[in-house]
Design a protein around this ligand. Structure first.
Ligand code: HEM
Length: 431
């Protein structure tokens, strides 16, 4: 296959798939929760529903899918040796699932006991995962900016979970910490230092490969990650410096580099020689357009204090970031990785290459583009619902439906894998 991929170390297929299979259903839960709670959910970022929705997506959808992808990506793309992936996944995933449900319920029903119960589970699950991944990322002889971005991202995940745990304990026990500042810092590390850092690092590698673009320029990949890290540190300075202008000083350059990454990726897609319009490319386009919209509206909210002061402004940014950027980019990636993993593992069963079905047979193209259309509709409805509360329930139902369709497409792919595997095994035995 591709010269920069090595498959000798790939984990068993069940390792990434268990995470991929779980992720969409948290999106379904988020959509149902939104539809059930109705217009009040989006009144401000601090409603119990908004906080619960945030973590259904951040921890249920994003962290599940991104952990599954890391188990696969680290050995295959950067030659890292993940210690006992099956064992680690067996322990980490159930803990993570339980912790997420406890935290979400704790936030939704303002239950201190549930919040407190979630914390040790997160520390154990994410702590274990971070250690195993960090060891693999530091011991690999590989070099390059994808690797560095992944190293920084795993650090970003650790910071996010530590701050999240402090916040949860503070809410549960009424500790006297500056909650708003800490939440803003936690949020920036979660979305920027973990989510975007990983997305960018992985995209340096996979955008040229999957979407047949030119590579990201070296100056860009060398500059983006370290600059993002520096600006997040500066943003975190607001905790120590009692200067109201500080979020602005660090916030603007942050928005600027987000826009630069979105613009660069769109440019590479636009200037590629072979135009392909598969679901992955289109999903990436939706994600990058959402990122640009995030940067532009974030800047507008800073500049116009009247709109900026409206509690719904941050909700708008949240919808763009979670549903627009991350759910889109991750779905696009899953639509590429899943057929490929099916093919890879089937091809290893020892049958002649001609017996291994084509990657295109793993998820029907129509099912992916149909789901993509519904997702785009759901994102638009969610954005409208921020300002037009009458649309909230419809937006919730659409988002739940598009995530369920994604889940169904992935289940279908795995069932097809099992079917083809059984056929190939039978024919190998036969000969
Ligand atoms: C790893 C990915 C995570 C991401 C991307 C993330 C993201 C966020 C965001 C964006 C907010 C602000 C929500 C808003 O303004 O409406 C937030 C708040 C919060 N997060 Fe997380 N989070 C993550 C993990 C965690 C974890 C593991 C915990 C707990 C152990 C946690 C606990 C909290 C709490 C308690 C708040 C609310 C604080 C308050 O009400 O002031 N987060 N998170």
């Amino acid at each position: 296959m591709h010269p920069s991929l090595s498959f000798d170390q790939a984990p068993p297929i069940s390792v990434p798939y268990r995470f991929f299979l779980a992720a969409p259903w948290f999106g379904v839960m988020a959509g149902i929760l939104l539809a059930w709670s109705g217009p009040d959910a989006f009144a401000s970022r601090w409603t119990p529903e908004a906080l619960a929705l945030t973590h259904l997506i951040a921890l249920g959808f994003m962290l599940q899918a991104m952990s599954g992808a890391l188990f696969q990506f680290i050995p295959v793309a950067v030659g890292g040796n993940v210690w006992r992936p099956k064992l680690v996944a067996n322990v980490v995933q159930p803990l993570l699932l339980l912790a997420t449900l406890l935290l979400v319920a704790g936030l939704l029903f303002s239950q201190p006991t549930l919040l407190s119960a979630a914390v040790p589970l997160f520390l154990l699950a994410v702590g274990g995962f971070v250690i195993v991944v960090a060891l693999a990322l530091w011991q690999t002889p590989a070099t390059g900016m994808t690797l560095w971005a992944m190293r920084m991202a795993i650090g970003g995940l650790a910071v996010t979970v530590l701050l999240g745990s402090l916040l949860a304990e503070s809410l549960a026990h009424g500790l006297s910490v500056p909650i708003i500042e800490l939440t803003n810092i936690h949020m920036a590390w979660g979305l920027g230092g973990w989510g975007l850092m990983l997305l960018a690092g992985v995209s340096y590698h996979v955008v040229p490969m999957f979407q047949l673009t030119r590579p990201f320029p070296l100056w860009f990949t060398r500059g983006f990650g370290p600059l993002l890290l520096l600006l997040l540190l500066a943003w975190s300075g607001q905790y120590f410096l009692d200067d109201l202008r500080w979020p602005l000083v660090a916030g603007f350059p942050l928005l600027l580099i987000l826009a630069a990454y979105g613009g660069m990726t769109l440019w590479l897609q636009y200037t590629r020689r072979r135009k392909i319009h598969d679901a992955t490319s289109m999903y990436f386009r939706v994600a990058m357009l959402s990122l640009l919209a995030f940067a532009v509206s974030g800047a507008a909210f800073f500049l116009d204090p009247v709109i900026g002061a409206d509690p719904r402004s941050v909700v708008w940014l949240g919808v763009l970031a979670f549903a627009g950027v991350f759910v889109s980019a991750i779905t696009g990636m899953m639509y590429k990785i899943t057929p490929f993993l099916n093919w890879l593992h089937l091809q290893r069963l020892g049958a002649p290459m001609s017996a291994v079905p084509n990657m295109k047979k793993m998820i029907p193209a129509d099912a992916m583009t149909g789901q993509l259309r519904l997702h785009v509709l759901a994102v638009l409805l969610l954005l409208i619902a921020v300002w037009e509360p009458g649309v909230v329930r419809l937006a919730g139902v659409s988002f739940a439906a598009s995530c369920a369709w994604l889940g169904w497409n992935l289940v279908g792919a795995i069932r097809r894998y099992q079917g083809f595997r059984d056929q190939i095994r039978a024919s190998v035995l036969h000969h």
